[in-house]
Design a protein around this ligand. Structure first.
Ligand code: TLP
Length: 346
């Protein structure tokens, strides 16, 4: 499986499948999933629905496709959807909101990912000659560009009340919902009971090589299956991949706490260095999103120097992101703290 050259903090998407996953993949029972014949996919979808607290789930190739399908199912063209202004669905998914669903996003500010219920309610519009009607609210938890922040459960409750009052649906981009649950101690089903659909990724901290699940009612998943086919996401003997996802859900959730502890340790080790703006209290899960503002070193120069020392981090939106995951151990963390000190303290 190759020698590790870099401590790779760019994303938790870089996690390699475990040995057990590879064996399960090699031995997976498969069939044509477009005909509904793949027993491993069925098992994953049932397990996923059970774990996330919804009637049914659908295996999709990516989180982006899961979110795209959800928006498409819940909206009609010319409508408007409420999104958080730094959300992934709004900023990083190649405009599928406009391109596939033909609706417009209404981005709202938030406190670390939690939109103000009053602002949300004020933003809701009834359709009229000049005006699109609002049909959907999207929440992201944990919130990637708020540095893996956990959106509080009270905020979910508040959003549900508003959605019910105005007849709207709620979709949760729960790419890292298990990180949120492990960090807050709030059961995943507690978050998802307030939303109509949820997408969660197996391919991030849960270490599967590919894939996400989209979950909701049976009726929602029937519609979602059709849109998945339309988008070219109907896969055939895909049990070879789903087999890894089953291990993600049965064995890889509890260990996320280790990633959170390492992110915290790393944040504490680097937060006081010149050029780094970061409060370790804000590191609630596995993502560090720090402001870098050094008088002599640009972000790119800093990233290059880290790379020379065998460390990969990501420059994103004028900040630096470091993500911990299964393939980052204590040694990687200590090595990185040392490298930050060496580069910044001269
Ligand atoms: N995020 C990726 C990149 O796109 C930045 C990452 O490395 O963090 N929702 C959230 C909150 C995400 O963070 C991501 C991926 C997605 C959706 C999309 O998932 P994929 O990459 O499977 O399409």
């Amino acid at each position: 499986m190759g020698e590790k050259i870099f401590s790779d903090f760019r994303s938790d998407t870089v996690t390699k499948p475990t040995r057990k996953m590879r064996l399960a993949m090699a031995n997976a029972e498969v069939g044509d999933d477009v005909f509904g014949d793949d027993p491993t996919v069925k098992k994953l979808e049932e397990l996923g629905a059970e774990k996330i607290g919804k009637e049914a789930s659908l295996f999709v190739p990516s989180g982006t496709m899961g979110n795209s399908i959800a928006v498409k199912v819940w909206t009609k063209e010319l409508e408007e959807i409420i999104v958080e202004e730094r959300s992934h669905i709004y900023n990083m998914e190649s405009t599928h909101i406009a391109f596939i669903s033909r609706v417009i996003p209404r981005p709202l500010p938030s406190r670390r990912g939690a939109m103000d219920p009053e602002l949300v309610e004020k933003a809701i519009r009834k359709p009229a000659l000049h005006i699109p009607g609002t049909s959907l609210i999207c929440i992201e938890n944990t919130h990637n560009y708020w540095g893996g922040a956990v959106v509080p459960i009270d905020n979910f409750r508040a959003m549900r009340e508003i959605a019910d009052k105005h007849g709207l649906k709620i979709h949760l981009d729960g790419a890292r919902i298990f990180n949120a649950s492990i960090s807050s101690g709030v059961p995943v089903k507690e978050y998802t009971k307030y939303v109509d659909s949820v997408m969660f990724c197996l391919s991030k901290g849960l270490s599967a090589p590919i894939g996400s699940l989209l979950a909701g009612s049976k009726e929602f998943i029937e519609k979602a299956r059709r849109i998945r086919k339309l988008l070219g996401g109907g896969m055939r003997q895909v049990g070879v991949i789903a087999a890894a996802g089953i291990i993600s859900l049965t064995e890889m959730i509890d260990r996320l706490a280790e990633d959170h502890n390492r992110a915290k340790r790393l944040a504490e080790g680097i937060c006081n260095l010149p050029g780094i703006e970061l409060d370790p209290k804000d590191v609630e899960t596995n993502i560090i999103f720090l402001k870098f503002n050094h008088p002599r070193i640009s972000i790119q120069e800093f990233l290059n120097k880290l790379k020379e020392k065998g460390i990969l981090a990501l420059g994103l939106a004028g900040r630096i992101r470091l993500v911990t995951h299964k393939d980052i151990n204590d040694e990687d963390v200590e090595k990185t703290i040392k490298a930050f000190k060496e580069i910044l303290k001269y």
